[in-house]
Design a protein around this ligand. Structure first.
Ligand code: BGC
Length: 223
């Protein structure tokens, strides 16, 4: 990634997340990605957990044995090629605020990443508040991401309208808790915004992310 412009300098290379996503299995995938690129500089890595000092403190959609583990140590990175790990939704939000739709946005902005789970990131006047977990609010007796993540839409075979009604309820809940000024949507559903935009009712602007699937990569590099 060219961190001056936020552009990818090579083609995206994707390997699926192993199942179960244990530290050893993910480390193998990481090795596969490193072997593909001829690259020796520092590494930025978005990871789907609360991250402090490169350590995973939670594990909702990955194997529970990640909790307490240092991600860099599990991946076997060295001091010569250091790795900087951050929450995946925070990584995507950094990219959107720096190079995408959030550029120059002031006030309290939340970027919500809707994919397998729901990730959140808050920016107050351009400064990030890391590791928020607003996908884990309780709604109808379950974790919100189980109620309205993109994986739930697929697993329960919901129409865009059915899913959007749930997601709208979620957005209104978050909006009322935080008095947000704007929402940016990213992750798998952001590409399909035109299909459900009309079912969302919020008194503040809500826009899809500009960088789509590359946001997580670009933001991790910038970090
Ligand atoms: C995790 C978050 C993550 C989000 C998106 C949630 O289940 O708790 O840390 O950002 O999924 O991957």
């Amino acid at each position: 990634v060219d961190v001056a412009t936020g552009e990818l300098l090579s083609e995206r290379f994707r390997l699926s997340t192993p199942l179960p996503a244990t530290p050893d299995a993910v480390a193998e995938t990481f090795k596969g990605i490193m072997a593909h690129f001829d690259y020796e500089g520092p590494i930025g890595c978005g990871f789907p957990a609360v991250i402090k000092g490169n350590c995973a403190l939670t594990a909702s959609n990955i194997d529970k044995s990640w909790i307490g583990k240092n991600v860099g140590a599990c991946f076997g990175t060295t001091q010569e090629q250091p790795i900087f790990v951050l929450n995946d939704a925070d990584a995507a939000a950094i990219a959107e605020m720096e190079y995408g739709i959030g550029k120059g946005k002031a006030g309290l902005v939340m970027m919500i990443t809707v994919g397998t789970g729901i990730g959140s990131c808050l920016f107050l006047d351009g400064k990030m508040i890391p590791n928020t977990e607003f996908g884990h609010l309780i709604m109808h007796g379950k974790i919100a991401e189980k109620y309205c993540a993109n994986s739930t839409r697929k697993n329960e075979d919901l129409s865009w309208e059915e899913w959007a009604k749930r997601f709208n309820e979620y957005l209104q809940h978050v909006y009322h808790l935080l008095s947000l000024d704007a929402v940016i949507l990213s992750g798998g559903v952001s590409k399909k915004f035109h299909k459900y935009e009309k079912f969302l009712e919020l008194p503040i602007p809500i826009e899809p992310a500009a960088l789509l699937n590359n946001a997580g990569i670009v933001g991790a590099a910038a970090y």
